[in-house]
Design a protein around this ligand. Structure first.
Ligand code: ADP
Ligand code: MG
Length: 441
């Protein structure tokens, strides 16, 4: 029996139960790899999707399997990140490398220096990146790139990695999120494999670590990284680090690391100005082969003053909507579309947010604010905590009250968790975009 064919039938059962938005968010990227010995093996693109499927849809999947195949099957998930959606509403070239355990050295080929648009907001950083490509290990070591979310830090860093690799394919290059480094370190200790860990990280020619601000408070990791850093620096191995803030503003970071981080070139990337935003949109359209008039790009770039990631996401969302209605992407059509959606940030209050999140996740509002701690309530609660704190600027105490009298430390934990996940997790980003779309309707 062809597992994929059976899986299609199973999906047909599932789809009407969950509705189109949830279906797209959670089920559109799953494949059935095998159905054998009363077990089905499903390939999923990330650990996050797996956890959500288990928490929210396990029973539905089981019962649909039983209905279609006539027997109760065990379900096994396998994570296969190379399948991350091509048809999602979010920008391509966006990869959660934290789940890529087997391919450490994977540099997303979509991020290059050639397709990095240079403007006033990032030209200094770009020049630093070019210097590093010219003289790795000697001109600026480390190169420390900092700036807000979605301004292009990861793109630029990986662009350097790709450029170095094409100059010299025998270079050993490691790219990892700071979390991957921490997790590797922790498992090396637990499994008594420090030797291997050190051999790996201290022998690399190029080490790229993303979002190093998460080293905050991790004393063991910091200690280990300090020695890694010194060793690599003494061998002129190039290091590039990114962070959302300057080293001095990273709380609970050892002083000796702060001074090391500042010892190379520390350069920021600012949010892009209008011209750069237009240029980036133009480049993205060209990459995709979409033909959008210049005036329309300007209109988009001037109306949507957000970071590049969101800007791209919104543009694609608008293009898809126009395509669905068979409308060409003209200035008039786009203007029409933008008029129907509020210009700047979306206006909403916390009640609207809670009801939207509940209907998105198909939950009862009472459960959400109750003390219950079922798995399926946790993520929606955390999302609400994040949006209320970060986007509506509420205090953690107030958010705790709204969510049924929860402690403010619980709120802080939830908020920070989402903040962290949002940086790398494409599915969670999709959820956010969809929730915001729903709030507007
Ligand atoms: P950060 O790491 O700073 O949060 P990313 O590097 O992930 O941001 O960039 C977010 C998105 O914006 C990516 O799709 C990236 O390709 C795009 N992007 C950012 N800056 C530029 C730029 N200058 N030129 C082209 N694309 C860019
Ligand atoms: Mg990044």
């Amino acid at each position: 029996m062809d597992p994929q064919k059976s899986w299609m039938k199973i999906l047909n059962e599932i789809k009407p139960e969950v509705g189109p938005a949830n279906f797209r968010a959670w089920f559109s990227q799953i494949d059935a790899l095998q159905i054998k010995d009363q077990k089905i093996v499903l390939s999923v693109p990330s650990a996050f999707i797996e956890s959500q499927l288990k928490a929210r849809y396990f029973n539905l999947i089981s019962s649909s399997l039983e209905k279609v195949l006539g027997e109760v099957l065990q379900i096994e998930f396998r994570i296969n990140p190379s399948k991350l959606s091509k048809n999602s509403t979010l920008p391509d070239g966006f990869f959660d490398l934290t789940t890529q355990s087997s391919t450490q050295n994977y540099l997303n080929p979509k991020y290059t220096l050639e397709n990095f648009v240079v403007g006033l907001s990032n030209n200094v950083a770009f020049a630093g990146a070019q210097a590093v490509v010219q003289n790795p290990g000697t001109s600026y070591n480390p190169l420390f790139l900092y700036g807000g979310t979605g301004v292009g830090k990861t793109h630029l860093m990986i662009g350097v990695g790709n450029a170095l690799f094409s100059k010299n394919p025998s270079l050993k290059i490691i790219y990892c999120s700071s979390e991957k480094f921490m997790n590797d370190y922790v498992s090396a200790i637990q499994e008594h494999k420090m030797g291997e860990f050190r051999a790996k990280y201290r022998s690399t020619d190029v080490l790229l670590i993303d979002d190093i601000q998460f080293f905050s408070g991790r004393e063991g990791t910091q200690e280990e990284f300090f020695h890694t850093f010194n060793e690599l620096q003494s061998k002129n191995s190039q290091m590039i680090l990114t962070s959302d803030r300057i080293p001095n503003e990273i709380a609970k970071l050892e002083d000796r690391l702060k001074s090391r981080f500042q010892g190379g070139l520390m350069v920021d990337i600012q949010p892009p100005d209008l011209d750069t935003r237009v240029a980036i949109l133009r480049a993205k359209c060209q990459e995709k082969g979409d033909i959008v008039p210049e005036e329309a790009l300007k209109l988009l770039a001037s109306t949507l003053e957000t970071n590049i990631r969101e800007l791209e996401g919104r543009m694609m969302q608008i293009m898809q909507n126009l395509k669905a209605q068979n409308l060409p992407p003209t200035v008039e059509n786009i203007a029409q579309f933008l008029q129907n959606t509020p210009k700047h940030s979306i206006q909403f209050d916390y009640k609207k947010l809670i009801s939207t999140v509940c209907s998105y996740f198909d939950l009862n509002q009472k459960d959400l604010t109750s003390p219950k701690r079922q798995k399926e309530l946790v993520l929606p609660r955390h999302i609400i905590m994040y949006i209320l704190c970060e986007e509506l600027g509420m205090t953690v105490e107030r958010v705790g009250q709204i969510l049924g009298g929860r402690d403010h430390t619980t709120v802080m934990h939830g908020r920070d968790k989402i903040k962290k996940l949002l940086i790398t997790d494409r599915e969670l980003q999709t959820v956010f975009i969809e929730i915001k779309q729903k709030i507007q309707n």
